[in-house]
Ligand binder design. Structure first.
Ligand code: PMP
Length: 390
């Protein structure tokens, strides 16, 4: 063999400990890290099926839903987005996407790949969310089959309330799909009460498990749409009718289907992440995130910095966007925090690139001590990051 073993692989694996206060992933708690070192089980072993059942109940709890078709897809948040669009849309279907950051744009990109006709409602005044009237008008004009909404836009730090949208989509015979990747656990999400037809999230943010699994849920209305498809679900890996059989979502007596080899390790992590939320109580988890966010807002203003989203009720508690002050090199700030303190604070993304810092408050990291630390490091980093030209 001509290709030699790489030298790098001969040295031991070394992972630095970093405090991840960006928009995700967050640090996993010791309980979750411990779960990840448990022995591997086969993907068709009864013990793993029991864990999958517990995960399913845990996802139903955090989504506040009784939907039977509730499971975790084996990939990151993007897979949730792929799966809802791929299962619910057919070529030439009209989809309306609310866009107030990069994630709505991403959904539009994906929907086009599945052949849908994409209509966009774009928030030009960045830093704000959509009113119910704006949403209703757009649905009335475009008559879409599906309305796609991001509850927590991690690129802009905007919170989009979902309450009231479901009544509109029902009136216009349209499906409501919500991305909760960056928001689930930091704000309420009442899937059934708010008449959301399909929703997904990510394992690595507020749930605090490793990246690699996307909780997802479809209601009966969404299932009917899938059953009435004229064309096959175009991607095998996202086919929710097959995944639902692997996760035992349909008929109790039917045998589990082998669809793909699930990662037992990632499932242990997600199971524990959900268990931690169940132990603390979802309401309390949400309150903890909101208290930490309020503490951060106060500290940021005390430092003389400005928040990107003016009105507090439009801010996403789990991702705070802070304007980069004039004369400050944002890259130097984030690099200083990382090099000196192994602290991750992020820059902007998409429409906010170069304009904001993004501080994540997620799961195990959502503590008062961490907020104090972030504020102290920011203050110090800002002093070291004034550009020479100003
Ligand atoms: N939607 C939102 C709102 C997100 O914040 C993210 C991740 N930052 C995604 C989707 C994509 O998730 P992932 O990176 O886990 O694929």
């Amino acid at each position: 063999m001509n290709v030699r073993p790489p030298l790098g692989l001969k040295s031991p694996l070394r992972i630095p400990h970093k405090l991840l206060m960006g928009p995700g992933p967050s640090n996993s708690s010791p309980r979750i890290l411990n779960a990840l070192s448990q022995p591997i089980l086969g993907h068709m072993h009864s013990e793993l099926f029991d864990i999958m059942d517990e995960i399913k109940k845990g996802i139903q709890y955090v989504f506040q839903t009784n939907n039977q078709l509730t499971l975790a897809i084996s990939a990151s948040g993007h897979a949730g987005m792929e799966a809802v669009l791929c299962n619910l849309l057919e070529p030439h279907d009209v989809v309306l996407i609310l866009i107030n950051g990069i994630w709505g744009e991403r959904a539009a990109n994906l929907a086009e790949r599945y052949g849908a006709i994409v209509r966009k409602l774009v928030k030009t005044a960045l830093g704000s969310n959509f009113s119910i009237i704006e949403i209703e008008n757009a649905v009335k004009i475009h008559q879409p089959k599906l309305l796609f909404v991001v509850q927590g836009e991690s690129s802009t730090g905007i919170y989009q309330p979902i309450i009231g949208i479901g009544e509109i989509t029902r009136r216009y015979n349209c499906l409501l799909v919500v991305d909760t990747v960056a928001s689930l656990g930091a704000v309420p999400f009442l899937m059934d009460k708010w008449k959301v037809d399909a929703a997904y999230s990510g394992s690595q943010k507020i749930i605090g498990a490793p990246p690699g699994l996307a909780p997802i849920s479809f209601n009966e209305r969404a299932l009917k749409t899938i059953a009435n498809r004229k064309t096959p679900i175009p991607v095998y890996f996202w086919d929710i009718t097959l995944l639902g059989q692997q996760w035992n979502c349909f008929e109790r007596s039917a045998p589990r289907l082998y669809h793909h080899t699930t990662s037992a390790t990632l499932l242990y992590g997600l199971r524990e992440g959900l268990a931690v939320i169940a132990d603390e109580g979802l309401e309390q988890v949400i309150k903890r995130h909101q208290h930490c966010a309020a503490q951060l807002y106060e500290g940021i203003e005390a430092l003389g910095m400005q928040l990107y989203v003016d009105e507090e009720h439009k801010r996403l508690p789990s991702v705070t966007t802070i304007k980069v002050p004039d004369g400050v090199d944002w890259r130097k700030v984030t690099e200083y925090a990382m090099k000196r303190y192994k602290l991750e604070i992020s820059g902007g993304l998409g429409p906010t690139a170069g304009k904001v810092f993004r501080v994540g408050i997620m799961g195990y990291n959502a503590t008062q001590e961490n907020i104090v630390f972030v504020l102290d490091v920011l203050k110090e980093a800002l002093k070291h990051s004034v550009t020479s030209s100003k």
